[in-house]
Design a protein around this ligand. Sequence first.
Ligand code: ASN
Ligand code: ZN
Length: 337
Amino acid sequence: FDEIESVNGTGASVYAGTVTVDTTLSGSTYSMIDPSHGNGRTCDMNNGTSTCTTFTDADNAWGTGATSNRQSAAVDAHFGAAMTFDYFKNVHGRNGIFGNGTGVPSRVHYGNAYVNAFWDGAQMTYGDGSGNARPLVSLDVAGHEMSHGVTENVVPGGLTYSGESGGLNEATSDIFGNMVEFYANTTADPGDYQVGEKININGNNTPLRYMYNPTLDGSSHGCWSSSTNSVDVHYSSGPGNHFFFNLAEGTGATAYGTSPVCGSAAAVVGIGRAKAEKIWFRALDTYFVSNTRYVNSSTPSNTARAYTLSAATDLYGLCSTEYKTVQAAWTAVNVAG
Ligand code: ASN
Ligand code: ZN
């Protein structure tokens, strides 16, 4: 029989530099199956949409780093899945997307010139992009999509994917996608509070979204208004992203960009990522329900502001600096108390 063991390979990724990839050796063949992260595997859709073949290699040195190298995109996806797994486990105590330690498949090279990536409830899928857009396998994209899996498993019934609740769903994915990027701490793709800055989806090397000033993308709302509930979820995410940035890093000029306050709100001094991410996760895991909003006239208690304040109270105490900063960070995006 063949003995199966877990081994550390080396991968030349497209975006994250040279990284360790956890693989499996069976006989004399290495497979992209990761026993250290719930046996998550990475497989090749071969630009089709049905069958997926687990990547194998003879020497456990994967890819070249070239955008066009088929193994390199797989390295990014495999590394992204492992970093996202480690992030939720080590930072939030969440044992995988489902909470049971199971890893998930990552399917790369999906379809023909497919310019998206998605979580389908069970697995990850990544396209190669088209034109100037590159494979959609960067750390923040992997973390974003798998965080959709966390959201749908920790919020009863999930966060409904339209209007303000959909914006909170998207913001949760942008927030944790970026926190995964910070957690992985690679030189080639460090945390930055931008979403999709590596994949050139706009063709001019600009990111898809900017958490510190969401309006920079031309469509996202940076401040809540009565029309926020009517825009696409990738734009109604703006106030949530902007709140999180203000809570972690503060308003005004920061190391990551300048965050404007909305209206005549007071400036905010951030409490740091480590506290901000704990507050958001606890609010999501413990308090959010499927129709939570930024501002809720029919049920004023069912808001992200109220729930992040409850989370801050649980973690740091009522009227702690952290609690007061949550208040100020929401007020700075026009979500008043
Ligand atoms: N990439 C998109 C997103 O995560 C696709 C989707 O699943 N809605 O928002
Ligand atoms: Zn999303």
